[in-house]
Write a protein that binds this ligand. Sequence first.
Ligand code: S3P
Length: 188
Amino acid sequence: MFLVGFMASGKSTVGPELARRLGWEFVDLDSRVEAREQKSVPEIFRDVGEPGFRLAEGNALQHLTQSLDRNSVVALGGGAFAQEKNRALLRDWPSVFLNAPVEELWRRSLADGVERPLRKNRDQFGQLHSARLPFYRQATITIETAGRDVISICSEIEGALQLPTAAEGGRQESAMSGSPKSQSGESQ
Ligand code: S3P
C-alpha cells in the first residue's frame, strides 16, 4: 500500500506504525531517493532543482515497484503522486490519501523540523496544495487526519482496506511464512 498526501500530512508517522501493526515492511521513498543519490533531499534540490529531483524520485519509485513485497507500506514524498507517470506505476496498488486542512498542514510543517525545499511561504504552500488536491483525490481511499491520533488513523485504514492486524493474525501469518518482515526504521 502507498501513503500519499501533501507535506506534513503524516505519511512518515502513520507509515511505520501501520507497518508495525500489520507486520509489514515500511519503506520511505524519500529515504530511497537519498540512498540512491547519496545526497539529502535539500541537497538534490540545490544541485539539480525540482526537475532533477522528480527524475530521481520517479526512477527510485520504478525501481522499488519492480520488486516490492505486497505486504509493504510505502510513504511517498508529497509531490510523487502528482506525477502522472508515478500514478500509472501504482495503478495496481492500494493508495491511501491522508487529508487534512491546509492550515493544519502548514502548522505541522513548521513544527516538525523537517527541511522542505518546496515550502516557501503560506501563500505558495496553499497554492501548491490546491494544485495537487485533485491528484491526491485519485487515491483508492481518503482518510481525514485532522485532530486524530495515529492509532485511530491506522485502524481506519485497516478497516477500509480490510487488512488483518497482527493481533488478528497478520503477524502470525507472516511468522508462519518463515519470513517475518523487519522494519527498516526509515523516516525523514
Ligand atoms: C516534496 C515533499 C517532500 C520531499 C520533497 C518534495 C513535495 O516529502 O519529497 O521535498 O514536492 O511536496 P514530504 O511530503 O514527506 O515532506
